[in-house]
Design a protein around this ligand. Sequence first.
Ligand code: PLP
Length: 404
Amino acid sequence: MIPLHSHPSGRHFLQIPGPTNVPDRVLRAIDNVTIDHRGPEFGMLGKAVLAGMKKVFQTQGHVVIYPSSGTGAWEAALVNTLSPGDLVLMAETGHFATLWKKMAVKLGLEVEFLEGDWRHGADAAQIQSRLAADAQHRIKAVCVVHNETATGVTSDIAAVRKAIDRSGHPALLMVDTISSLGSIDYRHDEWGVDVTVAGSQKGLMLPPGLSFNAVSDKALAAADTAQLRRSYWDWKEMIAINPKGYFPYTPATNLLYGLHEALEMLFAEGLDNVFARHKRHGEATRAAVRAWGLEVLCKKPEEYSPALTAVLMPEGHSADAFRKIVLTHFNMSLGQGLSKLSDKVFRIGHLGDFNDLTLCGTLAGVEMGLERAGVPHSKGGVQAAMDHLAQTSAPIAAKEAKAA
Ligand SMILES: *Cc1c(COP(=O)(O)O)cnc(C)c1O
């Protein structure tokens, strides 16, 4: 047998920015009998999770749920709305934006990739001037990653919306929120997003295996003329049968039990409290990084991610060797640097099912790892984070009561 669960005592700290730690409540909900997905009981479950996801996306529009990883929902967003040869404007914020771009090219789209340095979010002014120059309206869609999981940098989606409006351009706006939904404030309707892409295994606190599209009426209308080939990902059959709580093919029944439970947890805490919690944990993490004398990869304070922090390794030190020591000595997984950041950064995930003490444990593991790996740093990062947490803490029960 592969020793997937070799068992050092205590909990493994899964502090990669997704998959995140799955709460026991969610695991218990998943551990239930698989029912007839065309029976009456399932219809109620289907309706409940679709309604709950609309609340999380902050939309009155359509939500589609796929049994796939987030990559499937990326594909669904493109193939339902676009035709071969269509020009798409994408912002190079990091590894995930680059993967989405590669997929678009493979699907037969033409992509104009607005170059980035992987330390900043999408540049709304640049998007505006590019759209303004496109008098023929060749650009059919603008695609942006809300929270670039490779870099810990967020993009201002409301500003991108304004940029599109100011240029008077009809392009669709598509946003990847795979690592932000359920962790960072996100408003599909208010920000005028046409397709929002999401996944189960990050802020939604579920195992991998579900993905989502939130779809505006404008995007649904685009599907009427979009010529890219699609079958499994076709929105129309989903949207036709979803109001009754059913799906055109077998849904991931047990993951949907888990989603139902996760939604209850998010709503009991209150989405605003969930967002504030992530923001505060991001602040405390950066306080630790500064005290260690290390550098946060994200350049602009207003773009700091509340969901994860990417930390630059000092010159001449290997981020992967450090992460290996943290794993083998302290039983904690940290996120690796991806593609061009490989071995140069490590990423601390602070999203999902998380609280002040799990953050302290996480940061303690990082600080001990820095020492064991011989990485030059100052002591006191954990203390700086604790100071921030202590100064900004509030009774948890009172917060829950306020939410109810
Ligand atoms: C995790 C992630 C993806 C990829 O999703 P999969 O579930 O691995 O297919 C895409 N975009 C972002 C921003 C992500 O964080």
